[in-house]
Write a protein that binds this ligand. Structure first.
Ligand code: TYR
Length: 837
């Protein structure tokens, strides 16, 4: 939500240090997504005074003027000088105060003011009209803007007109509908800084000469589950016109366009109170007898409505509409109908303020793909209690700005008012839970500033009986009864109140202490230990931790060829198609992050995530939920240097990360086997491996298939891995044997084996280790050689260095030669290998 600090300061004293204010908002739970200064279009726009005005020598409709702009135009000694400006307007005289844009000003529409010759006469600026400044037009003002005579000369126009403002873009969490309003934010700021909040009041003045509203408007809520309350007021004799400046400025600061005085009042009230309103043109909803019969009902399947944005909407029965005897007038809480819209000819208005049901509104706007500021607020719950007062306030303001009159009475249909809820607050319990000492007064002050009312009911009856000789009892007003206001639907439990007090008092005021009590030492579970360790190792390998969404795009699975074979788990109420299933792998999310970073100029990106993935379990309500650890390496291992090219990550870097991980986790003997292309079509067939611990598959590592990367707009190649957390945990927990430091020397022998190209290193290694038995303690690959002449076509030579050692004695060279010969024979037979001399 956009919050103008200038507007907010009408209700609460806003801290002047904007940066500190934003930081405080952040820690109390309101994220600040952006801070913007407005008024840039008024840079170099100055309040001036016309000193002289003479007809242009060469044009009938232009004047040459000199303008006093104070210190903004001076001679070399710094003395103010009149500025010569050629002006085409007719509506001004010498002595008038005007608004002059100096050279270098950039007016709305990127209109840059430069010195220019106009029909042979130099002009060093421009006298501006309201529209050139981006301000709404004023009736009767045709030409340049004339300021009152007391407007100061030589002062920036923005300063004079109070147009410079700071606008915060706030992220309001879904549990705080009250904060989608200026007064809600003012209340929040009041509670944050212990400052008083001013609530505007407005008495509605009714015109008793007019027919009462109840005789002109008839309201029925035909589906009470769709609306708790519907109120309406009638305003007559309105004149549709541009809004006064203050009103236009307010709605613009909140991020909407200024449309006209009626529409702007509805938007202004919505931003002020968080209560959406709708204004109908009475003449378009009333019947022949001059009565408007409004009905809140479910739409019928197949009905249609042209909404204000000009779109024809197909309605279904879970949508709510407001209908009149002449047809559907609005999509309740979402958008008005085009046929009943306010136009320049409108003279009589029915003003609606209602509390529509949140889930119906949300379904309506989702199904139609039509989000509005109004639907957003109804979705998050609009409090039904103040609806009537707000309707009165809005009607009074509307009458004031349109020159209209409010008909007597308010139509108000109200079912089932929301009741305040009463929750106890045990101060001692709060203290022990939060580790924070607090007085009852402080709790009361904080909660009351948030709109709660508190009563103490002094300690429990039992202690008060013995209170006479217990000095603490008299002061232990330990339990409060807290009545939570209906605009805070999120406060229903004692713990919710604790959170409120804690976030406002500040989590930073908790002094760190060791856990109290005996034997309560916090011990991490094996899962926690493993996930910490995983994080440490992966970060030390250069990967950054991320957290991507659990909601995924079903089309990613197809693009990557990552289908798991069962139907994906679809969400019942997806926010959009891109987030409509539960993810089956972390990889697509990480690849999207890679693409996002690449699009923003970051090419070298390594990420990991530890998170849940989901898979349907046919016949069961609950899906399989598995914890995985996944990572991606994109970009280059080393940067391009003067003496070497950049080295892009390859399969072995990915494998290396995993080997580092297994080493750190003390998981010995992990093996890598080529992936089965049919099972893992999303991987590059030649550069990917399944990872095994014994017979258990831990996961895979490899290069993502280029076809999938292209489909996801990822540049270059990406090495990825995904391992099963549980399997890793089991592997890390298997029994390990430690052995003595070797006391006898070992003997090293080299061997080069020529094998078929498709025999993997892993199988050769396996064969060597099993053939070597206990005495072979290490086999290390140190060379791979391919040469048609020397080793033959489709063959390769793998050279290993082998280390033989006995824990019991020094091996003699004869013994080693014997064991080695046996090993060579066995391995050659097993792999159809030959020894290369
Ligand atoms: N007045 C707003 C609009 O027409 C929002 C709104 C629409 C509010 C319908 C209430 C309502 O019932 O877009």
């Amino acid at each position: 939500m956009k919050v103008s600090l200038k507007w907010l300061s009408e209700y609460v004293d806003v801290p002047s240090d904007v940066k500190a204010f934003c930081d405080r908002l952040d820690v109390t739970g309101t994220g600040v997504e952006g801070v913007a200064q407005t008024g840039a279009q008024f840079n170099k726009v100055i309040c001036g005074k016309v000193l002289s005005k003479v007809p242009h020598p060469d044009s009938d409709h232009m004047f040459v003027t000199t303008i006093d702009v104070g210190a903004y135009h001076t001679d070399e000694q710094g003395n103010p000088q009149p500025l010569q400006v050629v002006c085409g307007a007719q509506n001004f005289n010498e002595g008038d105060h005007v608004v002059t844009a100096l050279c270098g000003a950039i007016l709305p529409g990127d209109f840059a003011i430069k010195k220019a010759k106009k029909r042979g006469v130099w002009s060093f600026g421009m006298n501006c009209s309201r529209s050139e400044l981006g301000l709404p037009p004023r009736e009767g003002e045709d030409g340049i803007m004339i300021l009152p005579d007391d407007a100061p000369v030589g002062v920036p126009f923005a300063e004079y007109a109070g147009l410079a403002d700071t606008i915060l873009d706030l992220e309001i969490t879904p549990n705080r509908p009250d904060c989608l309003s200026m007064l809600g934010m003012a209340r929040e700021v009041g509670a944050m800084y212990k400052r008083n909040v001013f609530t505007p009041l407005f008495d509605v003045e009714e015109d008793s000469a007019l027919t009462p509203a109840s005789k002109q408007v008839n309201v029925e809520i035909a589906s009470p589950d769709r609306a708790k309350r519907y109120t309406a007021r009638v305003i007559e004799g309105v004149k549709i016109a541009p809004s006064p400046d203050w009103l236009a400025e307010r709605v613009i600061s909140a991020g909407t366009r200024s449309i006209n005085n009626v529409v702007d009042v509805t938007n202004y009230i919505m931003y002020l109170f968080g209560q959406p309103l709708h204004a109908f043109d009475f003449s378009k909803i009333s019947d022949d007898q001059g009565v408007a019969h409004l009905c809140v009902r479910a739409a019928h399947d197949g009905e249609t409505l042209e909404t204000l944005d000009g779109e024809m909407r197909q309605l279904t029965d879970d949508m709510t509409v407001i209908s009149s005897s002449r047809g559907i007038a609005a999509l309740a809480g979402v958008m008005g109908g085009a046929d009943t819209e306010i136009t320049d000819q409108t003279t009589k208005i029915v003003l609606e303020a209602a509390a529509f049901n949140s889930s119906h509104t949300s379904r309506t706007s989702r199904n139609l793909g039509l989000m509005s500021e109004a639907s957003l607020r109804f979705e998050r719950i609009v409090d039904d209690n103040p609806v009537g007062d707000i309707c009165d306030f809005a009607a009074a303001l509307m009458a004031q700005v349109t020159g209209g009159h409010v008909a007597p009475g308010r139509v108000d249909v109200y079912h089932d008012a929301t009741q305040e809820c009463c929750v106890p607050f045990r101060i001692k319990r709060f203290e022990s839970m939060m580790g924070l000492h607090i007085t009852a007064d402080e709790v009361i002050d904080t909660l009351e500033r948030l709109g709660c009312s508190c009563t103490t009911h002094s300690a429990d009856a039992a202690t008060s009986a013995t209170g006479a000789n217990n000095p603490d009892a008299a002061t232990s007003a330990d339990v409060l009864d807290v009545v939570c206001p209906t605009f805070r639907p999120d406060l229903t439990r004692e713990i919710d109140l604790y959170e409120e007090v804690l976030r406002l008092v500040g989590m930073d005021s908790i002094t760190p202490t060791l856990p109290a009590g005996e034997g309560r030492l916090a011990v991490r579970t094996p899962e926690q230990q493993l996930s910490r360790k995983l994080g440490e190792v992966l970060r030390s390998c250069g990967l950054c931790e991320t957290m991507t969404y659990s909601f995924a795009d079903p089309s990613d699975n197809e693009k990557l060829h990552m289908n798991v074979g069962v139907e994906p788990l679809r969400l019942l109420n997806p926010i959009n198609a891109e987030q409509s299933i539960l993810r089956e792998s972390i990889i697509p999310g990480l690849l999207h992050s890679v693409a996002y970073n690449q699009n923003h100029g970051v090419d070298n990106i390594q990420l990991y995530e530890i998170g849940e993935v989901f898979r349907a379990r046919p016949g069961h309500k609950k899906p399989y939920e598995t914890l995985k650890v996944a990572g991606v390496l994109a970009g280059c291992m080393t940067e391009k240097a003067w003496n070497k090219p950049a080295l892009a990550f390859d399969f072995f870097d990915g494998k290396g990360v995993l080997e580092t991980l297994f080493c750190a986790l003390n998981i010995p003997g992990v093996t890598f086997a080529p992936v089965n292309v049919d099972e893992s079509p999303f991987l590059h067939p030649g550069c990917a491996a399944d990872v095994f611990f014994g017979k258990t598959k831990l996961g895979w590592v490899g290069q993502i298939h280029p076809r999938g990367l292209r489909a996801l707009d990822v540049q270059g190649s990406v090495i990825a891995f995904e391992l099963d957390f549980k399997a890793l945990l089991c592997a890390a927990q298997t029994h390990r044997e430690y052995c003595d430091v070797p006391v006898y020397p070992g003997v090293s022998m080299d061997i080069a084996l020529v094998v078929d190209e498709d025999v993997s290193y892993q199988s050769v290694l396996q064969a060597l280790l099993s053939a070597g038995g206990k005495l072979l303690v290490r086999a290390h690959l140190f060379d791979v050689y391919r040469n048609e002449q020397h080793v033959g076509a489709h063959k390769k030579s793998l050279a290993f260095s082998l280390l033989y050692r006995s824990p019991e004695k020094t091996l003699s060279s004869e013994e080693v030669a014997k064991i080695h010969a046996r090993l060579v024979k066995k391995v050659c037979a097993q792999l159809q290998a030959e020894v290369r001399d």
